[in-house]
Design a protein around this ligand. Structure first.
Ligand code: IMP
Length: 178
């Protein structure tokens, strides 16, 4: 079994989300925002973030796949759930749990632009800039994370650990390294 090493507890995560929600609310004070969460990993972050926004929002989700049961991206991003809303002329905030290589968000930003959105910005709970392969601009980043595989607060390994209220680093011992 891999070991869980604490990175951020619930209180620390909530403080970071508070600060980010305030920034977003200030930046979009004059308009309505379409907030799109990337399934499944962003579901807890998204719920906590939108409840702290003080501006009108509408909400949708998009599904992508690229990891399967691995800790390294396959590099091929596919849609598993399409956005169900008309985005033409809208300001979109794409909410993601973690930015790693950047492939998922680069794909989604291009996709949302192709649907006619007026603007698209990225909000990520965690960012691992050391791992970037594709350039993406993360407008709102709650926390710069170490180059490690992280779980909890919506993030999974093999669909496990999403329910943890803090964020942990998954430490594999040599026998169980995938
Ligand atoms: P990217 O396309 O390589 O940037 O990967 C983004 C997606 O990979 C995220 O939405 C996560 O689902 C997954 N991912 C990347 N790093 C981690 C991690 O450390 N823990 C859990 N999931 C991760």
């Amino acid at each position: 079994m891999p070991e869980l090493l604490p990175v951020l507890d619930q209180e620390a995560v909530e403080k970071l989300i508070d600060e980010t929600a305030q920034r977003i609310s200030r930046d979009y004070a004059d308009g309505q925002l379409v907030v799109i969460g990337v399934l499944k990993g962003a579901f807890i972050f998204m719920a906590d973030l939108v409840r702290r926004l003080t501006i009108p929002v509408v909400i949708d989700f998009v599904g992508t796949s690229s990891y399967g049961d691995q800790t390294v991206s396959s590099g091929h991003v596919g849609l598993t759930r399409e956005i169900g809303m008309d985005l033409r002329g809208k300001d979109v905030l794409l909410v993601e749990d973690i930015v790693d290589t950047g492939q998922t968000l680069a794909f989604l930003v291009a996709h949302i632009r192709s649907l006619g959105a007026r603007s698209v910005k990225i909000c990520a709970l965690l960012d691992k800039p050391a791992r970037r392969q594709v350039k993406v601009e993360v407008a709102y980043r709650c926390y710069e994370a170490p180059d490690a595989f992280l779980v909890g607060y919506g993030l999974d390994f093999n669909e496990c650990y999403r329910q943890l209220s803090g964020i942990y680093r998954l430490q594999f011992n040599t026998e169980s390294t995938p």
